[in-house]
Design a protein around this ligand. Structure first.
Ligand code: EPU
Length: 340
C-alpha cells in the first residue's frame, strides 16, 4: 500500500460542482480502505476530517478547515448472479452516472431512473438520492462504512441505514463520523419499470420507444439535460432545497388561496408533499440574477453560480428565498445541500 501525500492549502474550486473557490487546510486522496486505517491512526491530521465525493451536494466557504479526504475508492465486483438478479459491490469513489450506465449496459435494472445524477456512488445513500419515482435505497442491500471513532469497518444492512426522503442515518446520528467505502446493490434482470412519472411517459412517446431499462435511462438523460443546468457550464448543486411536506389541513387552506398549488399524497394521510420549485417560482425567483448568483430559469429549485460566487452569496440568496416562501405560504423550506 502506498500512502498518499497530504497537500496543504489546497484549492477545492475544481472539486465542487458549484465551482466555488475554497482553500482546504489539508487535502488527501484515498483510494484504498487500508489507507483509511493508517490515516485514522495518525492523530496529527488536522480535524475535522471531511469526506469529499463528487462535491455535488456541498456549499463551501472561503476556507475549509481540517482535512479533506477525496474519495477515489474504485471497483465494481459481481458477487452473485442468478437468472433474475445480480448482487454487485461498488467502490464508493466510482462516479454514480458511470455506474448507472454500466448497469444499464449489462441489462441490470433498478437504477436507470437515477441516470445523470452527479456525484459518487458513496454519496448516493447518504441523502438517498431519488428521481422520477425511484430512490436508491430500494436497490441497496448493505454498505461498508469506516467509523472514525471506532477505528473499524462496519457493515450496515439496509434496515440499519434509516433511509427516508433525502435522508439517512449518515446525515443524522453518524454525521461527520464515517467514511463510506463500498455499497452493495441488488439489481434485477427483469425489473419493474417506473414510467409512471409524467415526464418519462411523455419523453418515451416523443422518442417513439417502448419502456426498457436502456430507453428509460435515455429518457431521464434527455429530461435532465433539458431542465437542469450542466455543472460544467454553470455552477450548481442540483436541488438546493427539499420538497416540504405539510399538514393536509394547511394544504387545504393554501389550495383555497392558491388554487393551482400542486400537492402529492405521501404514505401518511395527514401529510401532503408540495414542490418547493412551485413555491419558489410563485415568489418570483425563477430566473432571478444578482451579481454572481441566481436561480435557474428552467428549474426554480436550483441555485446557480453564474461565475466567481463565494459560498456566502449563495447562502444569503437561499436565506432570502426561505424567508419569502415562509412569508407567503407559511412553509419553512429545508436546504438539501450540505454545508461543512
Ligand atoms: N415546478 C415549478 N417550477 C419549476 C419546476 C417545477 O412550479 O421551476 C413544479 C411543477 O408543478 C412540477 C413540480 O414542481 O410538476 C415537480 O417538478 P420536477 O418534476 O422538476 O421535480 P422536483 O420536485 O422539482 C425532484 C427532485 C429532483 C429530481 C426531480 C425528478 C427534490 C428536492 N428534487 O424535483 O432532484 O430530479 O424531482 O424526479 O426532491 C436533486 O436532488 O438535485 C434533483 C434534481
Amino acid at each position: 500500500m502506498n500512502f498518499p501525500i497530504l497537500q496543504k492549502s489546497f484549492s477545492l474550486k475544481n472539486f465542487n460542482t458549484f465551482g466555488i473557490e475554497s482553500i482546504a487546510d489539508s487535502f488527501l486522496e484515498i483510494s484504498e480502505v487500508k489507507q483509511l486505517e493508517v490515516f485514522s491512526k495518525l492523530s496529527q491530521n488536522p480535524r475535522p476530517w471531511r469526506v469529499l465525493g463528487g462535491g455535488s451536494n456541498v456549499l463551501l466557504e472561503k476556507f475549509t478547515s481540517g482535512t479533506v479526504l477525496k474519495n477515489s475508492i474504485r471497483g465494481i465486483t459481481l458477487l452473485e448472479e442468478n437468472r433474475d438478479s445480480v448482487i454487485v459491490r461498488v467502490g464508493s469513489g466510482e462516479n454514480w452516472h458511470e455506474f448507472v450506465m454500466y448497469a444499464v449496459k449489462q441489462g441490470w435494472g433498478g437504477i436507470e431512473n437515477l441516470a445523470l445524477i452527479p456525484g459518487t456512488v458513496g454519496a448516493a445513500p447518504i441523502q438517498n438520492i431519488g428521481a422520477y419515482g425511484v430512490e436508491v435505497k430500494d436497490t441497496i442491500t448493505e454498505m461498508e462504512v469506516w467509523i472514525w471513532d471506532e477505528n473499524r469497518l462496519v457493515t450496515f444492512e439496509n434496515a440499519a441505514c434509516d433511509f427516508g426522503y433525502r435522508d439517512s442515518i449518515f446525515k443524522n446520528k453518524l454525521k461527520g463520523r464515517f467514511y463510506v467505502c463500498s455499497i452493495t446493490f441488488k439489481l434485477s434482470k427483469a425489473p419493474k419499470l417506473h414510467t409512471d412519472y409524467g415526464a418519462i411517459k411523455d419523453e418515451l412517446t416523443s422518442m417513439q420507444c417502448d419502456p426498457s431499462i436502456a430507453n428509460i435511462a435515455q429518457a431521464v438523460i434527455n429530461i435532465r439535460k433539458s431542465k437542469l443546468p450542466d455543472p460544467k457550464v454553470i455552477g450548481n448543486a442540483g436541488s438546493f432545497f427539499k420538497n416540504p411536506t405539510i399538514a393536509s389541513s394547511h394544504y387545504k387552506e393554501l389550495k383555497e388561496k392558491f388554487p393551482s398549488i400542486p400537492g402529492f399524497s405521501t404514505q401518511e394521510d395527514t401529510l401532503i408533499k408540495v414542490p418547493a420549485a412551485w413555491l419558489i417560482e410563485q415568489c418570483g425567483w425563477k430566473g432571478f440574477r444578482r451579481g454572481n448568483v441566481g436561480v435557474h430559469d428552467r428549474q426554480a429549485l436550483v441555485l446557480v453560480n453564474v461565475g466567481g460566487a463565494i459560498g456566502t452569496e449563495i447562502w444569503e440568496l437561499s436565506q432570502e428565498i426561505l424567508s419569502s416562501v415562509e412569508a407567503k405560504f407559511d412553509i419553512l423550506l429545508e436546504r438539501e445541500v450540505q454545508t461543512w
